[in-house]
Design a protein. Sequence first.
Length: 142
Amino acid sequence: MKARDPARGLAAYGAPHFIALTALTVVSLAQAAESSSDRGKALFDKVGCWECHGYSGQGGTGPMSGPRIARTRLPQEAFIALLRRPISMMPPYGPALLTDQQIADLYAFLQSRPQPKPAAEISLLKGDALLKGAALLKGPAP
Ligand code: HEC
């Protein structure tokens, strides 16, 4: 009788178990690593803040537009109060829709957004680019 090939044994039993265990570990690590900001991002998409404020809170365009809210200067308490009782066009989000903790997660997500570039660093907004653009619009000289 042939001795059992240890490599085959590993392929038949060890490797699949190892892969399954590794996959489980990766999944649980990923869950543990989910931050307040990650949960906030999921809520931002789910409850529809993006519809008026843009996917990154950069501010919306169109009839339902809301202002830029990424890196809002509002303190967290004021942010929560504003969602509960908005000023005019924004719908209110009561505690049945969003808990204080969920609003805190939304806040963490918005505070994690990158700072916009200063206008001076955007070459298209610099004078000469604007002048070139205007010349292009006029078309070739007659
Ligand atoms: C239907 C469009 C709409 C939706 C949906 C919406 N907003 Fe607004 N939001 C606005 C408008 C418009 C304003 C400007 C003030 C007003 O009209 O109430 C505003 C204002 C704000 C402000 C105050 C900004 C400032 O600095 O003055 C914050 C913060 C804010 N929204 C967060 C949110 C969050 C978070 C959500 C999702 C839970 C959300 N909004 C959903 C339209 C919307």
